[in-house]
Structure formats: C-alpha cells, structure tokens
Design a protein around this ligand. Sequence first.
Ligand SMILES: C[C@@](CO)(OP(=O)(O)O)[C@H](O)COP(=O)(O)OP(=O)(O)OC[C@H]1O[C@@H](n2ccc(N)nc2=O)[C@H](O)[C@@H]1O
Ligand SMILES: Nc1ncnc2c1ncn2[C@@H]1O[C@H](COP(=O)(O)OP(=O)(O)O)[C@@H](O)[C@H]1O
Length: 268
Amino acid sequence: MIVFPNAKINIGLNIIARRPDGYHNLETVFYPIKINDVLEVIEADELIFESSGISIPGDVNDNLCIKGYYLLKKDFPKLPPVKIHLHKNIPIGAGLGGGSSNAAFFIKLMNEKFELGLDADRMEDYARILGADCAFFINNKPVFAFEKGDEFEPVKIDLSAYKIVLVMPDAHVSTAEAYRGVKPAPVKETLYDLVQMPLADWKRHIRNDFEGHIFNAHPVIRGVKASLYESGALYASMSGSGASVFGIFKDTPDLSHLEESCQVFYDV
Ligand SMILES: C[C@@](CO)(OP(=O)(O)O)[C@H](O)COP(=O)(O)OP(=O)(O)OC[C@H]1O[C@@H](n2ccc(N)nc2=O)[C@H](O)[C@@H]1O
Ligand SMILES: Nc1ncnc2c1ncn2[C@@H]1O[C@H](COP(=O)(O)OP(=O)(O)O)[C@@H](O)[C@H]1O
C-alpha cells in the first residue's frame, strides 16, 4: 500500500506559556500544502525500514514510522512485520512537519491495511504520543490548534484562490533551539479570529513568535521573507520553527533570483 504524506505550514504561531512538562502552550493554524513524501508499506518476514531521496538524520530506530509501528504493535500484538519504504521529498527540520506527517500517514495506512478498526479520534491519540505536530495530519484539514498544538478547532480558511510558494533557504533550525529562544506571552487577540480577517490585513496582525530570535541567528531567513514581500506577497511568514518561509500571492511570482541559493516550491 502506498500513501503520500504532505507537509504543513503554520499561519501564525503564538507561544503562550511554558508548561510544567517542559512543552509550551501555543496557538497556530495548521494548513496542509502540496509537498509530499512517498510511503510504501508491504508485509515482510521482519521489520525493515528503507529510505530514499533526502537522507534522514538520526538512528533508524528513532524514525517516527518505526516508533509508530512499535506503538501500534503494543496494542495489536498480532500485527505482522512490515517493510517500510519512505521516499523523502519534504525538506527536513524546516518547520513543515514532514516527520510528523510520515508518522500520522503511517498510522492511517496500517489502520486500513490491517483493518485495525481505529477511528480518527483513536488515531489522533496514537499520533499525539509520537509528536506535538502529528495529530493534525490524521484529518489533515486546516485547523486552529492550541495546547501543545495537538488540540483542534475547525477553522474556515480557504486559500485555494491564491498561489502559495514555499522557499527553503540554506539554513537549519532545530525545533528545540527555536523553543529555547522564545519568550512566551499571552495573546491579545486569538489567531482563531485573526485568520478570519481579510488576507490583506494578516501582515499587520498575524505573526510567528519564533521569527525574532531565529531571524537574528539566521539573517538569511529574514532576507527570504523580505524578498517575498518585495515580489508581491500578500502575506509571508516563516513556517513553524523554520527555516522554510512561505508567501501567499494572487498570481505565481517570478522568484528566479532566489533559486540559486534556495529550494523554491511553487503553487503548493
Ligand atoms: C514548532 C512546531 C509548530 O507547529 O512545528 P515545526 O516547526 O517543528 O514543524 C511544533 O510545535 C513542533 O512539533 P513537533 O516537531 O512534533 O515537536 P515534538 O517532536 O513533539 O517536540 C520537539 C521539542 O520541541 C519543543 N516543543 C514542541 C512542541 C510544543 N508545543 N512545545 C515545545 O516546547 C520541546 O522542546 C520538544 O522536546
Ligand atoms: N520520517 C521522518 N522524516 C523526517 N524526519 C524524521 C522522521 N522521523 C524522525 N525524524 C527526525 O525528526 C526531525 C525532523 O522532523 P521534521 O518533522 O522533518 O521537522 P519539522 O517539523 O521542523 O519540519 C529530524 O531530526 C529527524 O531526525
């Protein structure tokens, strides 16, 4: 069985408070975008993980697909061994949730392939264990997210009339680094309301709290955001903990000046 895990962008990201468990309460809007990995799972004599495309840092046993397998196996001991092939296309550590998406799509694929009988809520519960960003990818629809980013309210937001461009500069930001450098603060207006405003107003009201210190540490990312506005973006922002930056345009822009130093994904 083959599925195509997609990436996400964060529209707004406000870090509200540090939690006793060391995580942070936040508000954000997750929005799915069309940059995809390829995930294939077949039955096998033993558990095998192979990948191609972008190489994935870290130990194979820490891969979120493998962690997802063992998580399901604990509750479904009869689950047979599988061979997993993951073709990585989503930039890694980019604020795009690629690994989290792989985990969630793996759970959905195993549920269907082995008829585990899990509904979306149960699959979200499994995904929450694997990471704060994973549960969103079970339903994979635009949502207002809060708590650790794993509790949701549906939000009416449709960007299909616009062109979204995703730019990946030559910079790497770890999620933990991003959280270490941010000062939590309560919000004056909730993102849930702010994203209902006309898109032309977003630039003045919607922000990503990671941008301040991440831009100081990685000025190239600030430069990409400025370049997107200079190229006519109605709204541009770093996605999540970065380093990727997205821009929302009326029409597909010419960003050839960025293509030498960045990976540019048009109309995602
Ligand atoms: C920042 C966000 C915004 O959507 O995504 P990315 O930019 O990474 O895609 C997420 O909060 C990342 O979610 P995810 O990447 O799943 O985080 P996890 O693996 O669960 O946690 C990695 C580390 O990030 C920090 N962390 C994560 C989530 C959260 N609400 N508070 C935190 O403090 C913790 O230090 C944790 O050890
Ligand atoms: N299937 C996977 N794909 C990508 N990264 C993974 C995967 N499993 C675990 N990881 C680890 O997760 C981190 C990147 O996660 P990812 O979701 O791509 O980042 P981000 O959420 O910032 O976009 C890397 O350190 C990588 O080692």
